[in-house]
Every structure is written in C-alpha cells, then in structure tokens.
Design a binder for this molecule. Structure first.
Ligand code: THU
Length: 138
C-alpha cells in the first residue's frame, strides 16, 4: 500500500494523540479522530464510553463537537485512527453527523498503527444524505 500523502501528517498525529486519551473500559476499542477545519485548525476527539453502554459517543462525533465548540463549523476532512489491523470505518450515526458538517466531496480517512489507510468521500459513506439542505429545499 502507498504511503499516506504528507499533507495528512498533522491530522494523523492529532488523531493518534486523541487515541491515547480514549475512554473505552468496556469495549477496549480505542479510537482517535481529528478534523481539519476550513480555517486550518486541527481539532481532535476520542471515544468516550459509559457504564450505560448506549450513551457511548464515538471519536468522530466528539471530534466534530470539539470543532463546533472552538467556533469551527466547516470541516474539510476527518481522520479516524485505531490500532486495529482491519481499518475502522465510521459507524452509521457518525456518518450522519459527518454529513452535517462536511461537504459531500470532503474526504474521510481511516488509518492505523501500520500506516495502512483508506479514503472515502462523505457521499460514499452516506449516499443521498439527509442534510441541512434537505430541510431548506421546499
Ligand atoms: N467507535 C468509534 O469511536 N468510532 C468508530 O468509528 C467506530 C466505533 C467506538 C464506539 C465504542 O466506544 C467502541 O468504538 C466500540 O464500538
């Protein structure tokens, strides 16, 4: 597999750092994510589980919430980092939240400790998404 293009480096490193902060005592499945915002900020997030399992929030959604809290509502790309041999794709709930804040053409990458990676466009992850535009189109 080819190397990750260099312009992703900062985002991958931020996702890797978030991975080390994950709170996943129930699944032991640690995930880090990092978003690149339109203004050039890199913002990260990790998964945060709960004893009431259904309240768990994934790394991608915490990362997006972190961007919004920092005044960044336009996100250009997201990286998901795990230490799984099989690359981790965003779950269905995260795909919906990703479609809210990233354009359909924006890229989402999953990568791991081996440097493997996969890229998807948001449209590939969630075709025909229900987005803010769906509410505005009468
Ligand atoms: N998880 C994420 O944080 N992101 C994903 O893309 C997949 C799943 C988390 C949720 C839960 O804490 C653990 O991974 C196992 O599902």
């Amino acid at each position: 597999m080819s190397q990750i293009p260099e312009y992703w480096t900062q985002q991958v490193e931020a996702a890797k750092h978030a991975y080390t902060l994950a709170y996943a005592p129930y699944s032991q499945f640690h995930v880090g994510a990092a978003a690149l915002t339109e203004s050039g900020k890199v913002v990260n997030g990790c998964n945060v589980e709960n004893a009431s399992y259904g309240l768990t929030v994934c790394a991608e959604r915490n990362c997006i919430a972190n961007a919004v809290i920092q005044g960044e509502q336009n996100i250009k790309s997201i990286v998901v980092y795990t230490e799984q041999v099989k690359l981790t794709p965003p779950c269905g709930a995260c795909r919906q939240v990703i479609a809210e804040f990233l354009s359909q053409e924006a890229e989402v990458m999953s990568t791991n400790h081996l440097g493997d990676y996969q890229l998807w466009s948001v449209a590939e992850l969630l075709p025909d998404a229900f987005t803010p535009k769906s509410l505005l189109d009468i």
